[in-house]
Structure formats: structure tokens, C-alpha cells
Design a protein around this ligand. Structure first.
Ligand SMILES: [Zn+2]
Length: 318
């Protein structure tokens, strides 16, 4: 059966699939220790596919001493169960809290594997998931086929707010930002110096922009993150870092994207020309560079044309 057939079949069957047991997760999840009591599980630098089974985003967890706190749960119920098993290989403390950094499918659809945990997110993330969750789920079934089996809508049920919050006595600093998805949580652990950025920071993978409120907004958030006192950076995608390099690199990508879109609009280039023009070497080296440029052009370019070709106010380019 070809991909299209499988995808069609999965799309037709998803109402059944959403209640079914998940298939075994075929990819081994290996938690990497990144600091004291803190682990990260690194996703692949790829888009969702049947081959990778949705293993594309990072998840992380902190063994607090009062229970485990999980940050992001992956793309599917099967991934969520595999993450749960990986955590059980490290500690016998129960998972008590799940934080969703934002509403994108590769970060939230493993929530169903943690039914006894408090699942929390920013109010804007919860609202966005109410708006987009069903479409995301349907797309997931189309992209992943059987790997998505059993994955249903399990939204966060508790609101988070910016500031310090204690989880069973363990304090974390929460930041409410918005540059990547419209509502983005970053988490700083003052005890270990680990900063969990969600998808505000991509490392060795081109940034995804289709729900961004604007490149300028995102770059302001990166400046906020860069000013924090942290020792270890856990990005939403890509390897852990022990310096602010990935923040600067994400900023450099966004700055380049802005220049490319603006220059294209100013000279009246078509969207296709903006997409197809050669990439600078440093940009081309990022996995998914052309793929994400294409998505960014389709999302942003009409606004850039309004502003830089026609001289009208634009909502997203600032
Ligand atoms: Zn995202």
C-alpha cells in the first residue's frame, strides 16, 4: 500500500483509531542527562513521517524529588508511552506534572500517556489547541498512518502564568512568550540553570514559522531568553547546548528570513522566486532549510508585499 493509500485509509479510520491501543513505538527513546536530575530526549531533525513515527521534537523531564515533571510529550500516544517507559528507566517517582510548551502537534499528542498527571499550559496555548487540535489530529493521522493509532485530543486542563511556580515544592520560573506559535512557554530551572525554550529556539534545524505572530516578535523573545542566567539550553528541536549559540543562530535565521522576504517584496519578486533563489551556504546547511523557507514564504509573504511593495500597513512584519 502506497503512502497516499495508507494516509487515506488512516484518515477514514481515525475516529476508530483515536480510541484504540497505540502500536508499539518502533524507535528507541534514550534520555540524555543534561544536568542534575534533568534529562532530555532528542527528536530527529525531520518532519513528521511514517518512517520516523513522529519522533521529531524534543521532550524533557525533571525528577524533582516530589514527582517527575515532563516538558512536552511528543507527537503520538505511542511516543508518550515510550517516553513514560524511558522515564521509568531513570526513576521510580511518578509523573505528576506535564507542561506543554505550545500547542503544536509534535509537542502535545503524547499527553494521553499521562492520565494521572496534571497537564498544564499557558491560557493562549490552551485556546489555540481548542481551535486547531482537531485539524492537527487529522493531519497527524494522514502523515503518520498507523503510528498515530490511539492518539486522541488530550488538552491541558490547568492554566500556567508567568512567574515562579512551585511543583510540589520545586520552584521553576515560567516565561510567557509568543514569537513561535502565538503562545510559547519557556521554563528556567534556577537550581540547575537549565533553560527549556520550547520551539522559540531551534538548534541545527530550520525554524518553523506558520503560527508565528511575526519575525520581530519572535526576535524580541529571543532577546528575552538571551538575557536569562542559564547554563544549559534545551531547545524544542535539536541537540542540547551549554551556551547561548542556538539562540543567536535562531535569531540569525529569522533575521535572514526577514531580509529575504523584504528584498523580494521590494523588487516585486513572486513568492516562487523568493522560494527558489539560491540559499546562502550557512542557511542551506540547516536541515529542512528549503522546506521551512517555503512554509515561511506562504505564511508571511503576502504581508511583506503589502508593506514593502504596496506601502500599506502589515499585521505581521512590524
Ligand atoms: Zn512548534
Amino acid at each position: 500500500m502506497g503512502f497516499r493509500d495508507t494516509a487515506l485509509l488512516a484518515a477514514l479510520l481515525w475516529p476508530l483509531g483515536a480510541g484504540a491501543a497505540p502500536p508499539p513505538f518502533e524507535h528507541r527513546l534514550t534520555p540524555q542527562p543534561v544536568a542534575e536530575r534533568t534529562w532530555m530526549v532528542e527528536g530527529r531533525p525531520e518532519e513528521l513521517s511514517e518512517d520516523n513515527g513522529g519522533d521529531i521534537a524534543n521532550s524533557a523531564f525533571i525528577v524533582t524529588g516530589h514527582g517527575v515533571l515532563v516538558i512536552d510529550t511528543g507527537s503520538t500516544l505511542a511516543y508518550g508511552h515510550a517516553l513514560r517507559a524511558a522515564i521509568a528507566g531513570v526513576t521510580d517517582q511518578p509523573v505528576r506534572w506535564v507542561l506543554n510548551t505550545h500547542h503544536h502537534p509534535d509537542h502535545v499528542f503524547g499527553n494521553g500517556a499521562f492520565p494521572e498527571a496534571e497537564i498544564a499550559a499557558l491560557p493562549g496555548t490552551r485556546a489555540a489547541f481548542r481551535r486547531h487540535g482537531e485539524v492537527f489530529r487529522d493531519t497527524l493521522y494522514q502523515r503518520l498512518g498507523d503510528a498515530a493509532r490511539g492518539t486522541g485530543l488530550v488538552p491541558a486542563s490547568v492554566d500556567l502564568a508567568a512567574g515562579e511556580r512551585r511543583f510540589g515544592g520545586y520552584p521553576l520560573r515560567l516565561l510567557a512568550l509568543r514569537g513561535h506559535s502565538g503562545s510559547d512557554l519557556a521554563v528556567l530551572d534556577p537550581a540547575t540553570g537549565v533553560l527549556f525554550t520550547g520551539d522559540l529556539v531551534f538548534h541545527h534545524r530550520a525554524p518553523t514559522t506558520p503560527h508565528s505572530p511575526g519575525i520581530a516578535v519572535w526576535r524580541e523573545d529571543l532577546a528575552t531568553l538571551a538575557a536569562l542566567d542559564f547554563k544549559v539550553l534545551v531547545p524544542g528541536h535539536g541537540p542540547v547546548a551549554r551556551d547561548p549559540g542556538p539562540i543567536a543562530a535562531t535569531d540569525a535565521w529569522l533575521a535572514w528570513l526577514h531580509r529575504r522576504l523584504r528584498a523580494g517584496a521590494e523588487r516585486g519578486a513572486t513568492a516562487n522566486q523568493v522560494i527558489d533563489a539560491p540559499l546562502p551556504e550557512a542557511i542551506a546547511a540547516w536541515p529542512l532549510a528549503r522546506y521551512e523557507l517555503t512554509r515561511s514564504v506562504s505564511h508571511f509573504y503576502a504581508d511583506y508585499e503589502r508593506r514593502y511593495l504596496w506601502g500599506e500597513p502589515a499585521a505581521t512584519t512590524k
